[in-house]
Design a protein around this ligand. Structure first.
Ligand code: C5P
Length: 237
């Protein structure tokens, strides 16, 4: 693999899909394999939701959301914390644990439709991509990467799975972390989030026309990685 270290310079890969479809697993594997920079854009919406909550605003306060979103460049950081794990920091405080809850995912999907918030997050993401594309290439994890943020990305993948399968995975994941949320509650939260994400008027969750669509209900993580690397390799030739 050593000859592949710099092969991904200039490359942008967008991995889009709904909650708990396996985007993070695929993005981390691709970023590691091709030595690319990775940005999980879901953490931007989650961080905004968390900041609104801790600063005492209601989740749909568009003006506060826009104001905080515009300052993210000074406060927010997404970085590798070892062992192929990534942390989210606000002024160097590790907020990863706070933003990863299903509750914060739900709040994030409540602020995500606000145009001013989306504009600020999209601008932040584009700047990030611009900063790293030529140096390392970038893997962008999100919902509108292939359609809105990086419509010219050379590789676009949309991964999906049934709501039941995604809830089953999220349930196992939470149990492994010592949480006892019921499967029914998780399924209801995922369905609610899907409904908001797929139907919002700006940057809705939808596959780009030129994306490779993979249903991970049928394909395991290794299989998805295999399909994705075939796409990436084809883009090199
Ligand atoms: O991917 P993740 O579960 O972390 O995303 C949390 C929420 O943030 C999503 O359900 C969606 O509402 C929002 N989001 C978005 N656009 C993105 C990434 C996430 O609207 N690019």
């Amino acid at each position: 693999m050593s000859d592949s270290i710099y092969r991904a310079q200039g490359l942008v890969i967008t991995i889009d899909g709904p909650a708990a479809a396996g985007k993070g697993t695929l993005c981390k594997a691709l970023a590691k394999h091709y030595r690319m920079k990775y940005l999980d854009t879901g953490t931007l919406y989650r961080t905004l939701a968390y900041q609104l909550k801790t600063q005492g605003y209601v989740a749909d306060d568009a003006a506060a959301g826009q104001r905080i979103a515009a300052t993210m460049v000074d406060h927010y950081d997404f970085r590798h914390v070892g062992n192929n794990q990534f942390g989210v920091f606000w002024d160097d405080e590790d907020i990863t644990h706070h933003i990863r809850s299903e509750n914060m995912g739900g709040l994030a999907s409540t602020i995500a439709p606000i145009t001013e918030v989306r504009d600020a997050v999209v601008a932040f993401t584009r700047e990030y991509v611009q900063r790293w594309q030529a140096r390392t290439g970038v893997v962008v994890d999100g919902q509108d990467g292939g359609t809105v943020v990086c419509p010219d990305a050379a590789v676009k993948i949309f991964i999906d799975a049934s709501a039941e399968e995604r809830a089953r995975r999220r349930h196992l994941d939470m149990q492994a972390r010592g949480r006892d949320d019921s499967f029914e509650d998780i399924l209801a939260a995922i369905k609610g989030r899907d409904q908001r994400d797929r139907n919002r008027p700006v940057g809705p969750l939808v596959a780009a026309e030129d994306a490779l669509v993979v249903d991970t209900t049928q394909v395991d993580a290794a299989g998805v990685f295999e399909l994705a690397t075939q796409r990436v390799e084809a883009s090199f030739s």
